[in-house]
Design a protein around this ligand. Structure first.
Ligand code: HEC
Length: 125
């Protein structure tokens, strides 16, 4: 019985800790950046050449993913920019600050992304 109680306490502690970490990450996302400045940096640092001006995605050796409305959390977004998984060039903090990345993140989150054909009137005539 005692072991059960200890295990339950450990599980509660793990859940509480995880909850705190997740809400801290969400708070970081919510507090993230200045979308207007993010747009300036996105254009200046050439992100648009591969990912498109509207974050619609493009190509570079292979597909360059859609960034509009990204589902990535800020932390994963930043990790890709600093240490890309494959062909994308890396941006060190000498080139792009964490603040700039948070601003770009806010910018791509603010982009509308693709719409359903049903929402485009001329396609429904
Ligand atoms: C030369 C082309 C190129 C440029 C410039 C570029 N990217 Fe990428 N990006 C890619 C490619 C290709 C991938 C696919 C993964 C890889 O190759 O690392 C990618 C992946 C990503 C991803 C992961 C998206 C996902 O959903 O998996 C993010 C985030 C990203 N890029 C952000 C940026 C930002 C921000 C900039 C500008 C600071 C930028 N990229 C500049 C080509 C580029």
């Amino acid at each position: 019985m005692r072991i059960l109680r200890v295990t339950a306490a450990a599980a509660w502690f793990a859940a509480a800790t995880l909850g705190a970490v997740c809400s801290a990450a969400q708070a970081e996302d919510a507090a993230a950046g200045d979308a207007a400045h993010g747009k300036v940096v996105f254009l200046k640092e050439q992100c648009f050449t591969c990912h498109g001006r509207s974050g619609q995605g493009g190509a570079y050796n292979g597909p360059a993913p859609i960034l509009a409305q990204t589902a990535l959390p800020l932390e994963a977004f930043r990790a890709q920019v600093r240490n890309p998984v494959n062909d994308m060039p890396a941006y060190s903090d000498a080139v792009l600050s964490d603040k700039d990345i948070a601003d770009i993140y806010a910018f791509v989150k603010s982009l509308p992304g693709s719409r359903s054909p049903k929402d485009i009137p001329i396609l429904n005539n």
